[in-house]
Design a protein around this ligand. Structure first.
Ligand code: AMP
Ligand code: MN
Ligand code: MN
Length: 324
C-alpha cells in the first residue's frame, strides 16, 4: 500500500480505468478514485470502454467517464480498478499496459499481479473498500460525489450486504458515507427499484430457461440474443437474474450463459458468450472460470467464450462441475 500511496501522491497525469461491462463497483471505484486524484491537483481521465448501464446514471460525476482516449501515451500513470488481469479493461489493454506506471487495485482472488504497483486485498468486500482506504491515507476529504460512488460500489458488490464478502468495513464505510450525505433509499431506488417493462419480460423468459443438472446441484439459465431483441433490452438488463437460479434449494452452482453478453459478432458458432457463475460457497466458481480463461471470486466468477454451440458450452461447464 505504501508504494502505491507514494506513487499516487507524485503522479501528474493519471488514466483511471475499470473493467468492461462495468458493475457498480467498477463504476463507483472509478469515480471515487478519479475525483480523489483530481482533488490532489492531478490531471485525470476516467475511462471505461463500455456504455454505462442506465441504473448508474444517477451517480454524481458519472458524465466524467469517457469511453475514448485519443492518446494513451500521454499519461504517466494508469490506475486500474476491479480488474483481475489487464485484459479486463478491454481492447485498450495493451496500450494501457504501456503507460509508464501501471497501478493494480483489486480484490479478486484470481488477480494475476499485473502492473508495476499492486494494492490487492482479497479480503476487501469491494474495490471501493480499497479506494476508500487509499483516499483516507491520501488525506483527501471525501466529497458527496465520492461518497455516493463508494457506497454504490459496496452495496452492489456485497449484493446489498448479503454475499459472503460482506464484512465489517462494508457497514463501517457505508455508515460514514451516510454521514456525508448519501441517501440509501435513493440508491436502492435507482439501482434495484426502477426497471423497464422489457426487463421484467426478459426475466420471465430467462426464468423459463432454468434447468437443473447433476442431481439438482447445478442450475443453468440462458439469455439469448433473440430474447433481448424480443423484449427490447440490453445485455446489462440481465444483471442479477442469476440470483434466481442460485437461490433454488440444493443448488450449489448457478450458471448464467449470456449470448452476445460482450457485444461483437462471433466468427462462427453462436457466441460470443459471457458466462456468470455463482456458488453457495461449497464450489470454487473462480477455479471453474479460470479453466476457461476468466476469473473472479470463489462465490462469483465469470468468463467469456467465443465460438462454440450452446449445447457444447453447457456440456463443457457441466464436465468441470462434476465434483459437487
Ligand atoms: P459476472 O458474472 O460478470 O457478474 O462476474 C462475476 C465476477 O467474475 C466479477 O467479480 C467479475 O469481475 C469476474 N469476471 C467476470 N467475467 C470475467 C472475465 N472474463 N475474466 C475475469 N474475471 C471475470
Ligand atoms: Mn466488478
Ligand atoms: Mn468488485
Amino acid at each position: 500500500m505504501k508504494s502505491t500511496l507514494m506513487h499516487l501522491k507524485s503522479c501528474r497525469r493519471a488514466l483511471v480505468a475499470s473493467h468492461v461491462n462495468p458493475d457498480g463497483d467498477a463504476i463507483g471505484s472509478l469515480i471515487a478514485m478519479g475525483l480523489a486524484l483530481k482533488s490532489l491537483g492531478k490531471e485525470v481521465t476516467m475511462y471505461n470502454e463500455s456504455a454505462i448501464p442506465a441504473v448508474y446514471q444517477f451517480l454524481p460525476a458519472i458524465d466524467r467517464i469517457v469511453s475514448r482516449v485519443a492518446d494513451f501515451s500521454a499519461y504517466d500513470t494508469a490506475v486500474i480498478l476491479d480488474c483481475g488481469n489487464l485484459d479486463r479493461v478491454g481492447e485498450a489493454g495493451s496500450a494501457i499496459g504501456a503507460i509508464g506506471t501501471v497501478v493494480n487495485i483489486d480484490h479478486h482472488v484470481t488477480n494475476n499481479g499485473f502492473g508495476d504497483l499492486q494494492y490487492v486485498d482479497t479480503e476487501a468486500c469491494a474495490s471501493a473498500e480499497l479506494v476508500y482506504r487509499l483516499i483516507h491515507e491520501l488525506g483527501v476529504t471525501i466529497s458527496e460525489a465520492m461518497a455516493w460512488s463508494l457506497y454504490t460500489g459496496i452495496l452492489t458488490d456485497t449484493g446489498s450486504f448479503r454475499f459472503s464478502n460482506t464484512n465489517r468495513a462494508a457497514f463501517a464505510i457505508s455508515e460514514e458515507m451516510l454521514t456525508i450525505g448519501v441517501d440509501p433509499w435513493m440508491v436502492a431506488q435507482y439501482v434495484y427499484g426502477t426497471y423497464s417493462l422489457g426487463r421484467i419480460k426478459l426475466l420471465n423468459l430467462a426464468l423459463d430457461t432454468i434447468e437443473l443438472a447433476h442431481d439438482g446441484k447445478v442450475s443453468l439459465m440462458t439469455v439469448t440474443r433473440k430474447m433481448l431483441e424480443k423484449t427490447g433490452t440490453r445485455p446489462e438488463d440481465a444483471d442479477g437474474m442469476i440470483n434466481y437460479a442460485r437461490g433454488i434449494e440444493d443448488v450449489r452452482l448457478a450458471v448464467l450463459i449470456q449470448q452476445n453478453g460482450n457485444g461483437g459478432p462471433a466468427a462462427n458458432g453462436n457466441g460470443p458468450y459471457h458466462v456468470s457463475l455463482r456458488s453457495d460457497g461449497s464450489v470454487d466458481a473462480a477455479a471453474i472460470a479460470a479453466a476457461f480463461g476468466g476469473g473472479g471470486h470463489a462465490s462469483a466468477a465469470g468468463f467469456n467464450v467465443e465460438a462454440v454451440s450452446l449445447a457444447e458450452l453447457k456440456a463443457r461447464i457441466l464436465e468441470l462441475a462434476t465434483d459437487l
